[in-house]
Write a protein that binds this ligand. Structure first.
Ligand code: ARG
Length: 576
């Protein structure tokens, strides 16, 4: 099958060459979906200056040169020089029939394939994973699923915060409460309570604060007893993240951990290299890089601090080591950092310094896939009703409990009900994250995310369940529906055309690390299916060929939705 947009691009390239000469063949024809036709080509407008002719003339010329290739029904000039393009029904039908027999549903592999490091999730040891980490986890995991589906080699990097001066107080607190009860508390996810208790003592008790400082020194010196306790603390928190990942269906494993401490042995060398290259200089006793174009409020150049005057390294140093490692040792050619938008300046500076150092080149790209804030109804950072910051496990529980409310009248079997509620609750929570442009904030609202209508996880899950039930009633397997697709009703045509855009939607996720593009596509597809289902009887269709075609369209919709939801990481219950 061919993606309609690609087919039109090819035809326009030929028309451009035929009308204006071969040097025009590679002008971008600017094909966009259109409200007035299936697509529109906007290329005449930018060509007007180059050709010195009015855009409407150019558009008319191009429309006249669109060959009769069996693809286009009509090409009409409109407005200042748009070409409205309507596809032939039989062409759409043939492509849809082809899509049905294609195991990849028309999704072409990436070309060229890349080696991509995706840095995501990255919670901090002994700090509760908050809703912000939830979002980087969910968005990042969808991005890696899509990149792998397209054939890229993906390295997941979970850059957890397992290093820093706060470990002094955490380890002293661990000793105070005793290893065993600390283990229990942490693995149960009482991470905030643990952290806060340590922090309170640190502030109130000078002797505890002093012990904590000595403990940091011991940790940095690699004293074996201290390292053992530190490892214990990390393992306990890891256990907690892993239960969250498993429950959310996140593909991260321990093998993907690239914690801050991993880079410790590289920090001194990274500083030396940057200094030797003249990228970093000593300023007020500290080693700093001053990437061009960054200034503080007073207009003075803004430093990226690589080594403090006391010799200590920080978050930025670790990121410089990580970026060098990912480019020079892992040989990645694309780096994606799925991290909160509030770190935008940090990453711009890290990328700028890496470019000065010659690590980032034109062959390697680095992008900060910024994540917006999740807020409560009050538009402030999301908190529980008691005002405490939310424990992620509780948030997931709440989504599932509320999902059970929504579906409770439909199922008597408690096990089945619990199973469906789990998928619906988690699907709703994840989809709420994925359906919003990742860099805009959104209000976490359980009622809205669990609604069975609108752009929600449950609506999409429900669409798949409804299609499955059509096939159950028909007594046939969706996979055995082979068409051919024939289009007579508008609703059939709309659905078929929509389905052909699946490949483009998946590629859009890869381009900007933006899962919401796929979510939007799936929602529109499910909506087109809903209209089709209301207007076009499937099993009751009188004519056998019509019934076969409608079953084929239903089966294709099911496969596109299931594949798409899987790429988003949304679980799908068989029934709903
Ligand atoms: N642990 C950090 C935080 O919670 C996020 C780390 C993101 N990745 C990175 N390479 N800096 O804010």
């Amino acid at each position: 099958m061919t993606d309609p947009q690609q087919a039109l691009e090819r035809l326009m390239a030929a028309a451009l060459a035929a009308a204006f000469g071969s040097e025009y063949a590679d002008a971008d024809p600017l094909i966009r979906p259109s409200q007035f036709a299936d697509y529109q080509a906007n290329v005449a407008l930018p060509l007007a200056r180059r050709l010195g002719r009015p855009p409407r003339d150019i558009a008319a010329d191009l429309a006249g040169h669109l060959s009769d290739s069996g693809v286009i029904e009509r090409a009409e000039v409109s407005g200042p020089g748009f070409i409205n393009l309507t596809l032939r029904d039989d062409w759409i039908a043939a492509q849809a029939t082809g899509q049905l027999s294609d195991s990849r549903l028309g999704v072409l592999p990436a070309d060229p394939v890349q080696k991509v490091v995706v840095d995501y999730s990255a919670p901090n040891v002994a700090r509760e994973m908050h809703v912000g980490h939830l979002r980087t986890t969910i968005v990042g995991d969808s991005v890696v699923r899509v990149l792998e589906y397209l054939g890229d080699t993906v390295i997941r990097a979970n850059h957890i915060g397992d290093w820093g001066t706060q470990f002094g107080m955490l380890l002293e607190h661990l000793l105070d409460v005793g290893e065993e009860s600390a283990n229990e508390q942490l693995a149960a996810g009482e991470i905030n309570a643990f952290y806060q208790a340590a922090n309170a003592k640190f502030k109130a008790d000078p002797s505890f604060a002093e012990r904590s400082r000595l403990r940091v020194v011991a940790l940095q010196a690699g004293e074996p007893g201290t390292l053992r306790l530190w490892t214990m603390l990390i393992n306990d928190t890891k256990k907690y993240y892993n239960t969250i990942y498993a429950r959310l269906g996140v593909t991260l494993t321990d093998a993907d951990l690239a914690p801050e401490s991993f880079y410790n042995p590289m920090l001194a060398d990274v500083c030396d290299e940057l200094q030797a290259k003249g990228v970093a200089v000593i300023s007020d006793g500290a080693l700093c890089a001053f990437p061009p174009g960054f200034a503080g409020r007073d207009g003075a150049p803004l430093p990226l601090i690589l080594r403090k005057s006391d010799g200590g390294y920080g978050y930025a140093t670790t990121d410089m080591a990580a970026i060098r490692y990912r480019i020079c040792d892992l040989h990645a050619n694309r780096l994606i950092y799925v991290v909160g938008a509030e770190q935008a300046q940090h990453f711009s500076m890290v990328f700028a310094v890496a470019r000065q150092a010659g690590w980032l080149t034109d062959e390697v790209s680095a992008e900060h896939a910024a994540i917006g804030l999740v807020t409560g109804a009050d538009r402030k950072r999301f908190r529980t009703r008691t005002g405490a910051s939310v424990k992620l496990a509780d948030l997931i529980d709440e989504a599932v409990v509320r999902a059970e409310e929504v579906i409770k009248d439909r199922y008597d079997d408690p096990d089945l009900r619990a199973q469906i509620a789990e998928a619906v609750g988690i699907g709703a929570l994840k989809y709420a994250d994925l359906s919003v442009a990742r860099d805009s904030g959104y209000v976490l609202d359980f009622d809205r995310m669990l609604a069975l209508t609108g752009n929600t996880g449950p609506y999409l899950q429900y669409a798949t369940a409804r299609i499955r039930s059509i096939f159950r009633r028909a007594g046939i397997e969706p996979d055995s529906a082979a068409g051919p697709v024939r289009l007579t009703e508008d609703a059939e045509r709309d659905l078929a055309l929509r389905l052909l855009g699946f490949g483009a939607a998946v590629h859009q996720v890869s381009e900007g690390a933006e899962p919401h593009k796929l979510a939007g596509f799936l929602f529109e597809t499910a909506s087109a299916f809903t209209t089709f289902y209301e207007r076009c009887p499937v099993l009751q269709a009188g004519d056998e060929a019509v019934r076969d075609s409608r079953l084929a369209l239903s089966a294709l919709t099911l496969r596109v939705l299931l594949t798409g939801l899987d790429l988003l990481g949304i679980p799908v219950p068989e029934r709903m």
